[in-house]
Design a protein around this ligand. Sequence first.
Ligand SMILES: [Zn+2]
Length: 340
Amino acid sequence: MDGIQITEPKKLSAISKTENFDSIDSAKVIITKALLLREDFITFLGDERAVYPVIPARIGIGKISAVSAGDNSGFERGNRVFPHPETACGKCFECFQGDKNNCSDFNIAGKNADGFLRDFVVLENEDISLLPPSVNDYTALFIDHVAMCDKVIDQIKLSKGEYVVIVGGDVLGIFMAQLAMYYQAVPILVDNNQKNIEYAKRAGVYYTLFADNKLEKSVAELTGARLAKKVVYMTGSNLNSDIALKLAGEHATVCFAGFGTPSLRVNFNIALIKQLNFICVTNGYGNIDSAINLLSNGACNPTLFNIPTVKQTQAMEKIKEMASTLNYDAESGMLIVDIL
Ligand SMILES: [Zn+2]
């Protein structure tokens, strides 16, 4: 296996190692495209949660090149597939109980396990999903985003006609709004970045609000003074979490959602006064196949974004350049690498 690894913070190097392909119920996947996310750049810059050395790129797509002998998964050589970005550890208490959805120690690609900036990967069949022809390679790169948004919508029990305030218009926040609309809920997207607000408008989000001191009044007017019963705060945004709590009504549910785990400060005074409920979602584990269906049905439109693409040979240089210019524009910290 040949790839690029982060040997230690701010250092990249080529890596070549042998990967065993002898276990049952597994497949060898040739990676064709990798997508680096902000989290990969945070790992590159230095993250306590990362285990170095580590191959970056949380997301990858590829083609099956071999299946194990006697395999009955139905996978065939040449199938386009999405290898899952997070896999259950198989060792914790929850995994032993068969409750992999609640694994307490997920292997996270590009963080504590190798990501997809490499030529191939060997994975267990259950950690690979088949891609239908209706989901093209570019769209497939966003399966994990949609899976996480779908999981949030499940967990906050968002219903038809209900308002949901989304604080943060990064790519994940805009997908969240699109998916809320697909389920016929009413998203109100808040950001302090005009560029992200424009993206949200282009995505068809009707209520977009600039984060200023009139925000609470505007949401109260929209929701008939009760404020929102459902609020999603995108942890990848740089907005003050007070905004999420202030826009939440009495007994509302506030969900903190994102792939990262930044050190956030939350004002519990507001939470206690309003008796808020909190939920945290950091992955789309368990919702991957549902996300593939949603993308196949056009529930979210990933072609809105302008994400740079480079060949693998240019990846190291581009990663270093982008790491020095990270900001909070929607697609900042996202890079597609063509592997083949
Ligand atoms: Zn586990």
